[in-house]
Write a new protein. Structure first.
Length: 95
């Protein structure tokens, strides 16, 4: 059997599951809250797929940032992109 790629480490998955349990959230609760399918929520929590929107929604629902490392990476990448565009516009204007 070929191991499926995971976007989260086992300890990250366990931490998320622990927080969900402690705060009384089920996959169905999150699916309803975020307007997504239970299947999509479960796959993101278990690291089988990634979704910025779902991951960010879970972090917000739990009140904990940084549960999904790729969320921060994506936000940092977007911030760098915006800064690069801003710098390019300034250079084009001569200033």
């Amino acid at each position: 059997m070929i191991a499926q790629k995971r976007y989260l480490k086992k300890r990250e998955i366990n931490r998320i599951k622990k927080l969900l349990k402690e705060r009384g959230f089920t996959y169905n609760d999150l699916a309803e809250l975020l307007g997504k399918s239970r299947w999509a929520i479960k796959n993101v929590v278990n690291g089988y797929t990634y979704s910025y929107g779902i991951a960010k929604g879970i972090e917000k629902a739990l009140g904990v940032e940084g549960l999904f490392p790729y969320v921060r990476e994506m936000e940092e990448r977007e911030e760098r992109r915006k800064l690069a565009i801003e710098m390019a516009r300034k250079n084009l204007k001569g200033g």
